[in-house]
Design a protein around this ligand. Structure first.
Ligand SMILES: Nc1ccccc1C(=O)C[C@H](N)C(=O)O
Ligand SMILES: [Zn+2]
Ligand SMILES: [Zn+2]
Length: 209
């Protein structure tokens, strides 16, 4: 049985979220201790909480919503790239050989900041996204909260993704994942009108080549 690595954040009260965005809340609305036959809960959260897939609607008013996105980009062979130590932004020079992988996941944190909001993440340069698109890449993932810097107003990386109709995963947890090739499985929730889709993202080890 091929090893499966969970690369998803745990959604929980206190989950660090984008400054000013909706915090994660969970409450039980039906309780067995109150005589209900079952326990049922209710969640309140931002669409961009935790590990998620941006929908094109997030960065383009006419873009596809989460429920309407093809699942193909979120299933298949990928390469995990260790980008730790890169200064400024992930540039083309920081890329390894991308043989046999049209999905690229970037690890940027030494240790994923599970308990604090960090705004100093490593973004992906728009030129890098253009280069990746030219080499057949259909999905870019990162352990950062965004492919653009927090203060970006021009959203250059997202707009490069839009131009080539690529897809994005953000908020991955790659601390325990060695660089290399894996099978990615990260299906976004089918949210009608959603600007993003929460994912349970995993990597499955590939058979020895
Ligand atoms: N929650 C937000 C509120 C306002 C502005 C951005 C966000 C984001 O989460 C960024 C998003 N994850 C992105 O795709 O870059
Ligand atoms: Zn997002
Ligand atoms: Zn994004």
């Amino acid at each position: 049985m091929a090893k499966v690595r969970d690369i998803s954040q745990t959604l929980r009260p206190g989950l660090p979220v984008w400054p000013g965005d909706t915090g994660f809340a969970f409450e039980r609305t039906w309780r067995m201790e109150d005589g209900s036959p079952v326990n049922v809960g209710r969640m309140t959260m931002s669409t961009h909480s935790g590990t998620h897939a941006d929908a094109p609607l997030h960065y383009a008013s006419e873009g596809a919503a989460a429920a309407g996105m093809s699942l193909d980009p979120y299933l298949g062979r990928c390469i995990v790239v260790d980008a730790r130590g890169v200064e400024g932004a992930i540039d083309i020079a920081d890329l390894p050989t991308l043989d046999y992988a049209n999905r690229v996941l970037f690890r940027t944190w030494d240790a994923f900041p599970h308990d604090e909001w960090r705004s100093d993440w490593l973004p992906v340069a728009a030129e890098t996204i253009e280069w990746l698109a030219a080499h057949g890449v259909v999905l870019i993932g990162t352990d950062a909260p965004s492919v653009d810097p927090q203060e970006s107003k021009t959203m250059d990386a997202h707009l490069a993704v839009l131009k080539h109709d690529m897809r994005i995963l953000e908020g991955l947890v790659l601390d325990d994942v060695p660089a290399g090739h894996y099978e990615l499985i990260a299906l976004p929730l089918k949210i009608g009108g959603g600007d993003a889709g929460l994912c349970r993202a995993v990597l499955r080890e590939l058979p020895d080549e």
